[in-house]
Design a protein around this ligand. Structure first.
Ligand code: ADP
Length: 359
């Protein structure tokens, strides 16, 4: 089949039709330039920091698209920064592009570890991220991040200044109660505490707000899910069959309150023995992935059961996981899969013309 001769206008039109990962709308003016010479096509596309984790994947797909029509040409696509500020969410004033709940059917499955790791992975890739620990039963993020102290308002009426975790604004219910003291807040008081964290914290402008939810599917988890302005939820589970039953319940809870389930993460998957490098599936393998496939939920990846990961958690050195080849790549891949899922969802449901995304 003969290929159409490459010309700048046609290649520009081709690229403009690709959905922007953030908005789901056609790239349009984010196609910054296209040049065609005798044997080479070069293009520059602007993406926002929201899409930072998937820049390389996006570039490769754009190259593939051009190559499909011009396989005889050398193709080079570069991605540069494009600015689009987040719009305030409803009346609450939070300026954030995606609010993601990290949930689990029960405690102890590594929900806080997954939430903290996702926040770090997104931040390292270049996105702007906030982390909110709303696990009222056991706020463990101060422990995992090593960030201690008390978050305060500058003056009465002003917003609370969040703590800083390596450039990630961080708030935890743990900053409000002395360590080791049980949280006895219930009902309205608890809700007002958590919503205060969302509304009255000076988060700045965020691509992502990651929220570590209380575990389980009881009243607290359910009502917080309804109260928070969630884009979607991620369910963390471990590979045992009994754990999967709880994960299925958590999925059911989010379906009930009509919050999209963005994916499943399987934690404590294969254990790689530090002595012999052999992999052991202590808790079984593959159940979560299989269930996700059957339920039509994206599988965002797995986190291996790893002694160093646990130690770094206890030492408040979760950042170091990203320098560990046995752990880091799993965490980075999880963040990429999340952003890919959000991009696919936006492309499937771009904003209606009546509600334009202001560029
Ligand atoms: P949850 O938030 O679900 O209660 P955490 O994230 O606090 O669970 O994890 C509970 C404990 O398990 C912590 O000590 C944590 O370091 C450890 N842990 C979590 N995931 C892993 C893993 N993949 N490998 C080893 N230890 C883990």
């Amino acid at each position: 089949m003969t290929q159409p001769e490459a010309n700048e206008a046609a290649v520009t039109e081709l690229l403009k039709k690709i959905p922007d990962p953030e908005t789901g709308r056609s790239l349009g003016k984010q196609v910054l330039s296209v040049n065609v010479s005798d044997s080479k096509i070069t293009a520059e596309i602007g993406l926002t920091s929201f899409a930072a984790p998937i820049r390389d994947d996006f570039r490769d797909k754009a190259i593939e698209l051009i190559k499909a029509q011009h396989s005889d040409m050398e193709v080079e696509v570069t991605i540069s920064d494009y600015q689009r500020r987040p719009q305030p969410i409803g009346q609450i004033g939070l300026r954030c592009k995606a609010v993601i709940a990290i949930a689990a059917g029960k405690g102890g499955v590594g929900k806080s570890t997954a939430a903290t790791s996702l926040a770090i992975a997104l931040k390292r890739a270049g996105s702007t991220v906030g982390l909110l620990d709303a696990d009222v039963y056991g706020p463990s993020i101060p422990h995992l991040t090593g960030v201690r102290g008390q978050a305060v308002r500058a003056t009465e009426g002003e917003k609370i200044v969040p703590m800083d975790f390596n450039g990630i604004p961080l708030m935890s219910i743990g900053f409000m109660v002395p360590p080791g003291e049980a949280v006895i807040w219930r009902g309205p008081m608890l809700h007002s505490a958590v919503t205060t964290f969302v509304r009255n914290t000076d988060w700045g402008e965020l691509d992502y707000l990651i929220i570590d939810m209380p575990p389980g599917t009881g009243d607290i988890a359910l009502s917080l899910s309804q109260l928070l302005p969630l884009t979607g939820a991620i369910i963390v589970c471990t590979p045992q069959e009994v754990a999967l039953i709880d994960a299925v319940k958590a999925v059911g809870m989010f379906h009930k309150v009509k919050i999209p389930v963005l994916g499943l993460i399987e934690n404590m998957s294969s254990f790689i023995c530090p002595d012999c490098n052999k992999s052991y599936d202590i808790f079984g393998k593959g159940g979560a992935k299989e269930y996700a496939g059957e339920a039509g939920i994206p599988f965002l990846g797995e986190i291996p059961l790893n002694i160093s990961l646990r130690q770094r958690g206890d030492q408040g050195k979760m950042m170091d996981n990203f320098d560990d080849p046995n752990v880091g790549p799993y965490l980075e891949s999880m963040a990429r899969e999340l952003v890919n899922t959000l991009a696919a969802n936006s492309a499937a449901n771009p904003p209606t013309p009546q509600l334009p995304v202001i560029g």
